[in-house]
Design a protein around this ligand. Structure first.
Ligand SMILES: Nc1nc2c(ncn2[C@@H]2O[C@H](COP(=O)(O)OP(=O)(O)O)[C@@H](O)[C@H]2O)c(=O)[nH]1
Ligand SMILES: [Mg+2]
Length: 212
């Protein structure tokens, strides 16, 4: 971990993507923390995180980061919510973008999911399988399921006892998510993100190791 530490980042237009870019797509339902994940990794507010459910990311934003060690150019792609019952066309927006980006290859995908959700209406594994199946030509890209909001129970107004209980429930949920992911995607490792930069960079490192 940590080779990203001093990376420089900025928003770039789609037509400046190069075939040498390591492109990472961040996808998932509304409000799971896609935009926040990118800002956290970059340690700056490059993109507007969602203030309310109706004001989520509408378009695709692309952030380029320079890895100072390997000199690789990492491109993080923020996407509108998918799956999203309110915005069923988002799926096509993402797929359209994937076609338009031409030569640049998608090196990896992060599928974000909130660990705080009690009821999982759209199981990530099943959803990702569908998403992948609908891609023209299909993509055989490394993908990680990232559970977000693990820091949710670390707020000062939550007692140690409440926190312990909530974390026990969250662990059970994580087991179920891991099973679903394994059954549908074939991977048995599910990441935990606690909303810190080191956690975001560790997850990106993990994905990049699989993307080689
Ligand atoms: N506690 C906590 N809050 C988060 C986390 N990620 C995002 N949020 C908050 O959740 C809301 C939605 O985040 P956003 O990044 O806009 O989600 P997006 O719709 O997936 O892009 C915002 O208020 C964020 O501040 C996280 O890991 N932990
Ligand atoms: Mg967003």
């Amino acid at each position: 971990m940590g080779f990203f530490k001093d990376f420089l980042s900025k928003i770039i237009p789609i037509d400046s993507l190069r075939s040498s870019d390591v492109v990472i797509l961040i996808i998932g339902p509304p409000g799971v923390g896609k935009t926040t994940f990118i800002n956290m990794a970059a340690q700056r507010t490059l993109l507007d995180a969602q203030k309310s459910l109706s004001a989520g990311t509408r378009d695709i934003s692309t952030v380029r980061c320079k890895d100072p060690v390997s000199k690789r150019s990492i491109v993080l792609v923020d996407t509108p919510a998918y799956p999203d019952e309110q915005m069923p066309t988002n799926e096509y927006k993402i797929k359209d973008w994937m076609k338009k980006k031409r030569k640049a290859k998608i090196s990896g995908i992060l599928y974000l999911h909130r660990i705080t959700d009690n009821r999982v209406t759209t199981p990530p594994g099943e959803t990702y399988k569908k998403f992948k199946g609908g891609l023209a030509g299909g993509v055989d890209t490394p993908v990680l399921l990232v559970t977000t909001m693990w820091d949710h129970w670390s707020r000062p107004n939550i007692s140690a006892e409440q926190k312990e209980k909530a974390l026990r429930v969250a662990e059970l949920r994580l087991n179920q998510l891991t099973e679903d992911w394994k059954d549908n995607v074939g991977e048995s490792v599910v990441e935990r993100h606690d909303n810190t930069q080191s956690s975001a960079l560790r997850i990106l490192d993990q994905l990049l190791a699989a993307a080689k």
